[in-house]
Design a protein around this ligand. Sequence first.
Ligand SMILES: *[C@@H]1O[C@H](CO)[C@@H](O)[C@H](O)[C@H]1NC(C)=O
Ligand SMILES: *[C@@H]1O[C@H](CO)[C@@H](O)[C@H](O)[C@H]1NC(C)=O
Ligand SMILES: *[C@@H]1O[C@H](CO)[C@@H](O)[C@H](O)[C@H]1NC(C)=O
Ligand SMILES: *[C@H]1O[C@H](CO)[C@@H](O)[C@H](O)[C@H]1NC(C)=O
Length: 528
Amino acid sequence: MVFRQVVLLSVLLHLLLFPSSLALQKRHHKINGPIKTIVVVVMENRSFDHMLGWLKSQLPEIDGLHGNESNRLSVFDEKSPEIVVSNDAEFVDPDPGHSFQAIREQIFGSNDTTLEPTMSGFVQQAATMEDGMAKTVMSGFRPEVLPVYSTLAKEFTVFDRWFCSVPTSTQPNRFYVHSATSHGASSNVRKDLVHGFPQKTIFDSLDENGLSFGIYYQNIPPTLFYNSLRKLKYVTKFHQYSLSFKLHAMLGILPNYVVIEQKYFDVVGFPANDDHPSHDIAEGQKFVKEIYETLRASPQWKEMMLLITYDEHGGFYDHVPTPVKEVPNPDGIIGPEPFYFKFDRLGVRVPTLLISPWIEKGTVIHEPEGPTPYSHYEHSSVPATVKKLFNLKSNFLTKRDAWAGSFEKYFYIRDTPREDCPEKLPEVVQSLRHKDPNEDAKLTEFQVELIQLASQLNGDHVLNSYPDMGKTMTVGEANRYAEDAVSRFLEAGRAALKAGANETAIVTMRPSLTSRRAGGFTSYLQSA
Ligand SMILES: *[C@@H]1O[C@H](CO)[C@@H](O)[C@H](O)[C@H]1NC(C)=O
Ligand SMILES: *[C@@H]1O[C@H](CO)[C@@H](O)[C@H](O)[C@H]1NC(C)=O
Ligand SMILES: *[C@@H]1O[C@H](CO)[C@@H](O)[C@H](O)[C@H]1NC(C)=O
Ligand SMILES: *[C@H]1O[C@H](CO)[C@@H](O)[C@H](O)[C@H]1NC(C)=O
């Protein structure tokens, strides 16, 4: 026994003292710029005007709301009643329209995409959904209701021309943030896509260059929709937010690229904090405050940037026309029937905040200066900027991040980081939802997709109930199911790594519902 421990110890020491030549070679990558840690948070389903439009009264430079913007109930009927924007947004329960068709109507006022994008069809589209929705989509928050964002915007940087990458729902847009394509997905994840999405990601580029990354998740990380992230070598990159985020920040060991995932399921004691309707925006504000204050207190603060954006606009009004010109298809893939979308126009503008001590207080970033005259800031600007800020040797991921605006130049204006960044943000006292989470609620479309992902991780996707299993679950059940699936998948991965498995392999679990035994699980390895 003692002998075995000595052997084990010497193997460990050997590994520590003589890292493989590959690792040594990788470690030579030196980041040239001032930013060594990039933290990305993607919230859910809110437009720029809905969240920050009314902040214009306090930050006149932003392209926000004057208060006279409006939409007609019937776009092409000049006698039809108008609904003007209002600043009385509060708790939104029903979820406004954000399917491909709904968004097309919001942008063009009809299903004719050869028209100018006039942003005139929000009211008309919402009126088809339910009573009151038309007014809801035209409403925005007063700055006092979002004290964390209002302070961050004034203290740091707002982008007022940052668009979703695709005029459609959550998943495709989330894919663009880390891979500059949705690999053809123009709606929710295809039901048959059991093996995950195959495209190369910014995580792979970072790994190729010997840089580190980490995903701090709460119930289930949608980044596991990328097939690549399921590889054994990446299993150790996933950390539970509640256990590790503050600890890593305090110790100064956050990796180069950090993704923080929200709680996507709303359960008692752990309310969702992704801002998705009907979740409480106040929880999202508290979450962002916690992230900011944690990073601000970290020894890594002076080498850091935090980007907060929204996957898509969630059906809420925005007055800035959606870019439709010279937007490149990322990878030649055309979307599925019935739309055969070419991925050649962007989605609606979303709120995006950039926080770093290297950028002047109160900066507003409008359009990028290139790389083409038609380039815009959109979600692919994240991998584009990571490549430039970290001087990665890897190529761009697709034609889209090669085209998207990048914003590294803002980090080179000052010679030293600011010393006057606030340590604390305002308290969030006002809860906008005056009741507890409803754990018995049915799942939203995105939550059903997360359950499909969970069932891919735990092996249940081979059962007949896939892909419908989420449809019969309550939010409470789904939360437990998702957490269990993620922890079993990561546990099996760590065990396989320990057993010396090839680190490019992916663990495939046997269905949990048939094979789960007390304290154990079964799995096998599949080469990637
Ligand atoms: C709204 O008000 C602003 C500022 O007063 C003005 O410049 C703009 O033309 C108005 N827009 C409309 C649609 O009336
Ligand atoms: C939308 O397209 C359909 C054909 O696909 C057409 O029948 C319909 O009139 C169009 N609606 C509008 C508002 O243009
Ligand atoms: C791991 O698997 C990959 C793909 O199957 C293969 O190319 C590679 O050589 C394997 N590595 C080792 C160390 O066996
Ligand atoms: C927001 O999230 C839902 C998931 O609940 C998703 O289906 C949808 O695409 C997103 N958009 C809106 C407007 O809700």
